[in-house]
Design a protein around this ligand. Structure first.
Ligand SMILES: *Cc1c(COP(=O)(O)O)cnc(C)c1O
Length: 515
């Protein structure tokens, strides 16, 4: 298998890197995103035969077919670590039939109980490997410090993925008042000798802006490189190294459903994905292009429904839009970064993509041309779900099917029911209910999203609420890694100012102290 190279969506980066290089670089020079020069063409038997393999073997097969520039034995070895007993289900990403026509793909069996693990338990292995290979070839490659600003899920998943990985460190900054009990506890108890976690005074915007400012500060970058031999990197969801592992589970799910007879040979499977940054559903698009017989790609949004509107109209408009808080916070987004990749793939014209992105940053709006819109409509449909409706659906599905959804997955379920056609539907479930236990508690007690918890329970911690849900729902269990958190010591208690200086000071002090 020849190595596949990558080019960028804006046509500004001449470097033409391989997969390993793309994982380390993250974003292309000029601000574009890397996309592969070619994707493999899988025959139906290639897809269906995956059912005979374990999940790590399936992942290795897809990575090889996609031209990852490492020897097949190395890819296999890394996949064994990426998708092993760090997942609490032997199938890693099992498909569960919840009603006659609805199948649920569970992407939350990893260490942080949410879907980000599917990529972040995998990508850091390839990151360390890329550094090791280049060093073995005699290149002078620095260690990397991965900087993350998080509103919750990504930070913990990135910490778990990079903890004790060779040649890397990771520092995570979260808004001290902007994450749930459980999310905070998950982060400040993180194990690993190469990790640091800081609460930032202020909200998520302050936190993200301060981290971005540190990232883009040439003086700080030089100081780190010269003083400590460390280069900054980021692990955010526009890194292609996070996208490729997500293609695997769509092929895997199709193979499982074909193997157990739920799908006839080559019968299309519609998929409905709870969408924020457009990474997960974009992986479904690539899986379909590679030959996995997926039917319609259904994009489900919450009240921040900029994507559902875009897919309906061809106009992406954040100019007049307020950011809304929802019970599905991991989908609360206005600028959906991975959409740029889809736009590029639909028109294959970097000049047009550059124009749209320039319009977006200048005016908050862009409109795609008729051909691109037609191509989009051929592949995608979309709708959105209100806050109260998403909580209502949790209850309804539990009553009818005995299956407990988290609020993100409930958004997908509701849109899937509304837009279901003749094909079987795969609802993508992105978090374990316990990760968002407080809102699940509200759902089960029919408390509207905006209403406070009743006096008898308002003093309870997130963990107490989880236990209340566990008592209420037969068969519902809190994952071990969440249940254990209460007793773990808090390693990281420092909070810093939400400014560039605050972030830079914290990092320098940490690196000096642990050098
Ligand atoms: C990140 C996340 C999403 C959104 O996925 P995108 O790839 O950003 O579209 C949905 N649900 C959960 C629980 C997530 O963590």
């Amino acid at each position: 298998m020849d190595a596949v190279h990558y080019h960028d969506t804006r046509g500004l980066d001449p470097s033409h890197p391989t997969f390993s290089e793309v994982v380390i670089k993250g974003i292309a020079r000029g601000g574009g995103l890397y996309v592969p020069d070619s994707v493999p063409a899988l025959a139906l038997t290639d897809v269906v035969d995956l059912a005979r393999l374990t999940y790590p073997e399936r992942a290795a097969r897809i990575f090889e077919l996609c031209g990852v520039d490492l020897p097949a034995e190395r890819i296999s070895a890394l996949m064994t670590h990426a998708f092993g007993d760090n997942f609490d289900h032997p199938e890693v990403a099992p498909v569960v039939q919840v009603s006659p026509e609805m199948h649920v793909l569970e992407l939350w069996h990893g260490p942080t109980s949410a879907f980000k693990d599917m990529a972040l338990q995998c990508m850091p292995h390839f990151f360390s490997e890329a550094i090791a290979v280049r060093r073995a070839a005699g290149e002078a490659v620095p260690d990397y410090l991965v900087l993350v600003a998080t509103s919750g899920d990504t930070g913990k998943a990135a910490l778990e993925g990079f903890a004790d990985r060779e040649s890397t460190r990771i520092a995570v900054f979260f808004p001290a008042d902007g994450v749930s009990d459980i999310q905070r506890k998950q982060m400040v108890t993180q194990r690993g000798g190469n990790v640091a976690v800081f609460g930032v005074k202020g909200n998520f915007d302050d936190c993200q802006n301060a981290v971005k400012a540190a990232f883009n500060d040439p003086g700080f970058n030089t100081q780190l490189r010269d003083g400590t031999g460390v280069e900054l990197s980021s692990a955010n969801s526009i890194n292609w190294g996070r996208l490729l592992p997500q293609i695997v589970y769509y092929a895997s799910a199709y193979a499982d459903l074909a193997a157990n007879g739920a799908l006839g040979p080559g019968e299309p499977l519609d998929v409905c994905v709870p969408t924020g940054n457009f990474g997960n559903i974009l992986a479904a698009y690539y899986a379909k292009r590679m030959g996995v017989p997926l039917g319609r790609l259904v994009c489900a949004s919450n009240e921040n429904n900029v994507l559902a509107d875009f897919i309906g109209s061809g106009v992406y408009d954040i100019a007049g839009r307020e950011f809304v808080t929802t019970p599905s916070p991991s989908m609360d987004i206005l600028i959906s970064s991975n959409l740029e990749r889809l736009l590029y793939e639909l028109c294959r014209d970097p000049e047009r993509v550059r124009g749209w992105m320039a319009d977006l940053s200048a005016t908050g709006i862009f409109r795609v041309d008729d051909d691109t819109f037609a191509a989009l409509r051929e592949l995608f449909v979309a709708d959105y779900v209100s806050n109260d409706r998403s909580l209502y659906v949790i209850n309804e599905v539990l009553d009818k099917s005995g299956y407990l959804l988290d609020p993100h997955s409930a958004v997908a379920w509701d849109v899937a029911e509304r837009l279901r056609g003749d094909a079987p539907m795969l609802v993508v479930s992105t978090a374990h209910w316990a990760k968002f236990g407080a809102d699940v508690y509200k759902a089960l007690h029919r408390i509207p999203y905006d209403a406070p918890l009743p006096p008898g329970v308002s003093h309870l911690s997130g963990f107490d609420l989880l236990e209340a849900v566990e008592r209420l729902v037969p068969g519902a269990t809190i994952p071990k890694q969440l249940a254990e958190l209460v007793g773990l010591p808090e390693r990281f208690t420092k909070s810093v100012d939400g400014t560039r200086e605050g972030i830079e000071g914290a990092i320098l002090e940490w690196i000096d102290g642990s050098a």
